[in-house]
Write a protein of this length. Structure first.
Length: 536
């Protein structure tokens, strides 16, 4: 209790005690004087007691109730307010993430997203300010944390790699109502697999900071500048701290600070480059070893100034950033899942196309015949991406893409690539229907991969149009490592089942073929929708 309030309490008690003595004496004398008027005596007594009760109540209110009310009003006036538009945007993003989570089949990934979204919501509700201490293992990060919180928080003075996991400590700064959490991270640029893993953890924690304390012990190296630039690019606010400044003469220290400010121009403001000595080296005075106090007041002053002026915006920006990154992660997982599903569809239809062409050979690869297969493939790929496309629209897309393949010379190029690859793998010459079948599979694959890109981008071919997408897929699917695996599978699925010494199979033999090699007319019996479209 403040001294002034304590003295007021003593004085008030003395007054009340005196009034009680006076009241007792007055009532005694008054009772004798008003003995003949009992009603008047009782009324006067009640009035005096009421006045005394009011006095005592006022005294109690002044000492106990009023201070608390004033404190609550001050806190209400000073209660920090996070910008509403940013918190609303973050809340909407988190709701969208929860809707996306239902589409993810991987249980581990789904639970990870749910846990992360709940953590972001809790941060939004609590409103802690997170300061992440980031830098190399030898820069003195833990010493700086110790100096900031005023107690030993970890092992200090050890070699690189002391802090293996992110450790969190609480700090209160005068003039700031929000709780500040200081997170000490593992060092970056450490050797070995373990060092790489710790650096990944440190970078992850840094991306979640409201304010980043980037600790150095010398001039900024390129390997340190790169993560600083990356964090700045995603919107992280940083203070650069030249720690161990007591090791340098004043002139050298100022030279290093000037060089640092010049190097980070445009990334960090000059006022945010600060020198500290979190754990100064002992000095000998008059034959005795003296341990100087940490010199971190310039950092504390700058931290307080930044957090007072920008704390609410930093908190809101970080929450919004984390929710957006979580949304991007959810979209990435859904996209990867859809691409796997669509890729399986393409794999299936490419061998259906190969079987159809191989058992019913024509002088050239018949793009109209494969267009019927490609149309059904388009319908199934569209379904994976939540698009409802009928066979007529799918046929238009398939024919359009077939014409693009021919106009770009990809059909001829595909046949040449396939023939060369088959001849190299098997030796000798192959009959045309083997080459045609494998070429049809290859072209169907290029078409399928192109349609995946089309649906991935909301049924948009992009600025370069269909031709650019098809060309890119052709280049991706002609790489040596892919062609080797593709040709080996084609030999197993298409070439060997053909039995090249025999005549083309009759109807009874066709009916015994695997489903992946059935001609279109036979396959249509199993797929009435495809038959109806083909007849039309």
């Amino acid at each position: 209790m403040p001294l002034s309030r304590f003295l007021t309490l003593i004085a008030g008690l003395a007054v009340i005690f005196g009034l009680i003595i006076w009241l007792i004496d007055s009532l005694t004398r008054l009772s004798w004087q008003l003995y003949a008027y009992p009603l008047l005596s009782q009324a006067l007594l009640v009035l005096i007691i009421a006045l005394l009760a009011v006095l005592i109540a006022a005294f109690v209110y002044y000492l106990f109730v009023l201070p608390r009310a004033q404190k609550r009003r001050r806190q209400a006036r000073r209660q920090p307010q996070v910008p509403v538009e940013k918190t609303e945007a973050a809340a909407k993003t988190l709701k969208a993430v929860r809707r996306q989570v239902d589409q993810i089949q991987d249980e581990v990934a789904r639970q990870e997203l749910l846990l992360r979204s709940r953590a972001i919501e809790q941060n939004l509700a609590r409103g802690h300010l997170q300061l992440v201490v980031f830098g190399t293992g030898s820069a003195g990060k833990t010493s700086l944390v110790n100096a900031l919180i005023g107690r030993m928080a970890g092992k200090v003075g050890a070699s690189m790699g002391t802090t293996e996991v992110g450790e969190t400590y609480s700090l209160k700064l005068k003039g700031l109502n929000r709780e500040i959490l200081i997170i000490d991270t593992p060092g970056i640029l450490e050797a070995g697999v373990a060092g790489t893993e710790r650096e990944q953890l440190a970078r992850q924690l840094a991306t979640e900071a409201d304010l980043l304390l980037f600790v150095l012990d010398n001039d900024l190296r390129q390997s340190e500048y790169d993560p600083l630039q990356m964090l700045a690019d995603i919107g992280k606010r940083s203070l650069i701290i030249l720690n161990k400044s007591d090791l340098y003469p004043d002139e050298d220290r100022e030279l290093i600070l000037a060089r640092l400010r010049e190097r980070v121009r445009g990334v960090v403001a000059p006022a945010d480059v600060i020198a500290t000595a979190a754990n100064p080296q002992p000095v000998i005075l008059d034959g005795e070893t003296v341990h100087p106090d940490p010199d971190i007041m310039p950092l504390i002053r700058r931290m307080v100034a930044v957090l007072r002026a920008e704390g609410e915006d930093l908190l809101a920006d970080n929450i919004l950033l984390q929710s957006q990154r979580l949304g991007e992660r959810a979209r990435y997982l859904i996209d990867a899942q859809r691409r796997r599903q669509a890729g399986k569809i393409v794999d299936r239809f490419q061998w259906i196309s190969a079987g159809v062409i191989a058992v019913t050979p024509l002088p050239v690869v018949d793009l109209l015949a494969t267009a019927a297969i490609n149309a059904q493939m388009v319908v199934e790929i569209a379904r994976v991406y939540g698009c409802d496309i009928n066979l007529e629209r799918a046929r238009e897309l398939a024919l359009s893409l077939g014409k693009t393949l021919a106009s770009l010379g990809i059909v001829k190029g595909a046949i040449t690539i396939v023939a060369t690859a088959l001849e190299f793998s098997l030796g000798g010459l192959l009959v045309g229907r083997a080459i045609q079948g494998v070429s049809a599979a290859y072209l169907t694959r290029i078409a399928g991969k192109s349609f995946i890109e089309y649906f991935r981008h909301d049924q948009d071919w992009g600025d370069g149009g269909m031709a650019e997408v098809v060309q890119r897929q052709f280049q991706l699917n002609r790489k040596d490592e892919f062609m080797r695996a593709f040709v080996q599978e084609a030999i197993t699925r298409v070439v060997k089942p053909l039995n090249l010494d025999r005549e083309p199979p009759d109807d009874s033999e066709i009916l015994r073929l695997p489903e992946s090699q059935l001609p279109l007319e036979v396959k249509a019996e199993l797929d009435p929708d495809l038959d109806d479209w083909h007849q039309s």
